[in-house]
Ligand binder design. Structure first.
Ligand code: INI
Length: 174
């Protein structure tokens, strides 16, 4: 049985982050959680580039632009869509989730989904560094893991880049 290595090592990797300004206070907390986690895992501050967009609906376009540059091993998307009294919430949620999936499919670059979709501000705060953790951190971890997994999956069988969990033998080439 071959198992590909799971690595959370972010050193030598480059990340693009797209963050929505809407619900700014929550977005900032997600961004702090995300960058803190990437740096904790070894990413250099110079290897983390942040693009702010007006709202979550604009995230896919910016994520696509970043992914297409070829500069990034993964892109992280962050924002908060909070339910109001109209169906607008549903359209924004659908636009951002479908859009991000399309970008990932079209570019084959990992796009981590750190966009909150909540019923109210309290639920969002709880997931932006409150009692439910920080979705920005979670998205950062997913981005690192997927950035490390991709090159391993692309290796021909038998090339033995896989190692034990936590191994860094499968590091992406620069
Ligand atoms: N954008 C968000 O990021 N969060 C929201 O909660 C939100 N709501 O509720 O409307 C929101 N709307 C703006 C939208 O993302 C676009 O920026 C806007 O429609 C302009 O294209």
């Amino acid at each position: 049985m071959r198992q590909y290595a799971i690595s959370g090592d972010a050193s030598q990797l480059r990340f693009g982050i797209v963050v929505s300004r809407f619900n700014h206070m929550i977005a900032l907390r997600l961004l702090e959680g995300c960058t803190r986690e990437l740096e904790k895992r070894g990413a250099g501050a110079d290897d983390i580039h942040v693009a702010w967009v007006p709202g979550a609906f604009e995230i896919p376009l910016a994520a696509r632009a970043l992914a297409r540059t070829g500069r990034y091993d993964a892109v992280v998307t962050l924002g908060a869509v909070i339910r109001g009294g109209t169906p607008h919430f549903d359209y924004v949620c659908r636009g951002v989730t479908d859009g991000i999936c399309e970008v990932m499919r079209d570019t084959s670059i990992p796009i981590a989904f750190g966009v909150l979709t909540t019923d109210d501000v309290e639920q969002a705060l709880a997931r932006a560094g409150g009692c439910e953790g920080n979705k920005g951190e979670e998205a950062a971890r997913a981005a690192v893991e997927m950035a490390r997994l991709g090159p391993q999956l692309a290796e021909p069988p038998g090339s033995a880049v896989a190692g034990p969990i936590g191994s860094t033998r499968g590091k992406a080439p620069r």
